[in-house]
Write a protein that binds this ligand. Structure first.
Ligand SMILES: [Cu+2]
Length: 119
């Protein structure tokens, strides 16, 4: 019975989110790992803030996937996303990360980056 229940949950989550559910489940599974390696803001550095316009986010799970993708990118110290507005914000060390690196991290998760701009 447990296997049947699990299969149902997987199907339900896939139906609820256009194709990114399995990736979200994988991301959620190692959420503690992400928390442990949370980046620290160094006040001696100058960071770049960007506003990223994204197509394809449909729920809070998508927001989490995008935020984790951004925070998992080397040089990113803060990130947030809104599926309702179709945007994400990120703060990064321009000596380490770049607009293209952020774009690539998001598009690897199956979302389309429309633009990366200074807000
Ligand atoms: Cu979603």
């Amino acid at each position: 019975m447990k296997k049947i229940f699990y299969a149902f949950m997987v199907l339900a989550s896939i139906a609820g989110c256009s194709g990114n559910a399995s990736q979200e489940a994988a991301q959620n599974a190692d959420s503690t790992e992400v928390a442990e390696s949370a980046p620290v803001i160094d006040t001696t550095k100058t960071y770049t803030d960007v506003l990223i316009k994204i197509e394809g986010m449909t729920c809070t799970g998508c927001e989490n996937t995008v935020v984790k993708a951004l925070k998992g990118t080397e040089g990113v110290v803060d990130a947030a996303a809104s599926y309702i507005d179709g945007v994400a914000k990120a703060k990064f060390d321009p000596a380490v990360a770049s607009n293209d690196a952020l774009k690539k991290a998001i598009e690897t998760k199956g979302y389309k980056v429309v633009s990366v701009e200074i807000p």
